[in-house]
Ligand binder design. Sequence first.
Ligand code: FAD
Length: 471
Amino acid sequence: MTAEATGRADDALARELAAIVSPAHCLVDPALTAPYEVDWTRRFAGRARLVVRPGSAAEVGRVLVACGAAGVAVVAQGGNTGLVGGGVPRGGEVVLSLRRLAGVERVDPEALLLEAGAGTTLADAQAAAAAVGCELGIDLAARDSATLGGMVATNAGGIHVIRHGPMRARLAGIEAVLADGSSFARLGGLVKDNVGYDLVGLLAGSEGTLGVVTKVLLRLVPVPKVRVAALVALSVRPGRGGGTAALLSLVDAVRREVEGLEAAEAMYRDGLELVCAATGLAPPVGFPAADAWLLLEVGGPSDPTDTLAELLGAHPDVLDTAVATDAGTRAALWAYRERHTEAIATLGVAHKLDVCLPRAELATFEANVREVVRRAYPEARLVLFGHAGDGNLHVNVVGPPADDPGPDDLVLETVRRFGGSVSAEHGIGVQKRAWLDRSRDPADVAAMWALKRALDPRGILNPGAVFPGGQ
Ligand SMILES: Cc1cc2nc3c(=O)[nH]c(=O)nc-3n(C[C@H](O)[C@H](O)[C@H](O)COP(=O)(O)OP(=O)(O)OC[C@H]3O[C@@H](n4cnc5c(N)ncnc54)[C@H](O)[C@@H]3O)c2cc1C
C-alpha cells in the first residue's frame, strides 16, 4: 500500500465505511480510485476521499448515515458516462459507486414491467427485456456502461424520446435512499397511483442531489413486428434554408405519413467526415455531396418500406437513401450516428453542449451557432449532431482549453437568444451550474433550493452539482 493509501485507510470514516461494505469495497489506493475520479469526457476530475461500493440499499443507507455524521459529502456514481461532470468528485468527497447493485430481478411481459438494481447497465436490462419479446423504449450509445440509476438521475433521453419519452416517462417506480439514510420504495407497478406527491418523478433528473436511487421499475413496450432504418442524404437547394431546415421538413413529412416513427437523428458533413476518418467506416450514402443526413427508424405492426420509399422519393431535398430492414444492416447505419461521440473524443477534450431549441428556431440556431463559434474561435473544430426530431442538438467545440468557460457561455448564450434550453438531456452537473439561475425564474430556483434543503439539510448529496455557488 502506498503512503497515501495508508493515510486514507487510517481515517476514522474509512474504517467505518470499510466495516459497512467490507474492506474489499472501500477503495483507498489511488491506483484503484483513479477511474472514479475523472469523467468520460476527461474534462471534469477531482480527488475523492475514498470510493465506497455498497452491495445493498441497506449498506447505502448506513454509508449515508456515517458520511452525514462526519459531515463528508457524497457523490453518487453509476457507469460514469455522464457528460456534465456531475458524477465525479470535485475534491474530498466520498464517491458512492452503485455498480454493485446490478441485476434484473423481475421481468413481466404481461404487466410490461422490468425491475432491476440501480447499477444494472442499460444493455443488460435491454437483453432481459428482449428475452421476453419486449424492449425498454429507451436507448443510447453508452448502453454498455450507463446504469439505470444514472439514467434516472440524469433523466436520460437518447434515440427513442420522439416515441417513448425520456427516462422519467419510462419509470413506473423506484426504491431510493434519502440523505439521512432512510429509504422508500414505490415498486407496485400500478397503472394508476395518485397517492401524494410524485417523488419518483422528482428524483428523475435530480442528479444525485436529492437521494440515491437503489432500484428501478421500468415500463416495457412490445418489440415491433417490423423495424426499418433509413439513412437519408439531403442536399439543400438554394433558398430552402440549409441542412437543418431540410432535415426538419422531412421529419415533419414522415410524422404525417408514416406510423411508428421511433428515431430521427441529425448528422452533418463535417461530423461524418470525422467519424469515417476516426473509425475507418466507409463513407455513407450521399457522401460528400450532401449537406445533412437524417437517420430515421420506424417500427410497427406492418412494413413501412413502401410508404417510406414513396415519401423519400417525392421529397425535393433527398439526394440518396440507404434502407435497412435486418438488425445487422440497421446497426451498420446506426454506427454513423452512434460513433460521433467517440470520434469527437479523438480530437481532444471537447466542450460538449447539449441543447434543445423550439422547432421554429432550430435551423436558424444551427447556422447562427456555427457562425458565432467560428468568429470567436477560428481554430476550433465544431461538430454538431443530435436528436433532430426532439429539437435537440449536441454542439461540440474542440480546441479551446478545457477549463475555458468561453465556448460554453457563447453557445449557451446563443441558445438563450433563440428561446432554447441549455440542457436537453444531459443535465446541469457542474458544467452548467452557472446557467441554472439564468435559465429559470427566481421563484422556480427558490423552490428547487427549498426541496434540496428539505431532503438534504446537511447538503451532503453531490454539493456543487446543479446549484451555482455550492450548497
Ligand atoms: C457515447 C455516449 C453517448 C451518450 N448518449 C446519450 C444520449 O443519447 N442521451 C442521453 O441522455 N445521455 C447520453 N449520454 C450521457 C450518459 O450516458 C447519460 O447521462 C447516462 O444517463 C449516465 O448514466 P451513468 O450510469 O453513467 O451515470 P453517471 O455518469 O455515473 O452519473 C450521472 C449523474 O447521476 C448521478 N447518479 C448516478 N447514479 C445514481 C444513483 N443510483 N442515484 C442517484 N444519483 C445517481 C451522479 O451523481 C451524476 O450526477 C451519452 C454518453 C456517452 C459516453
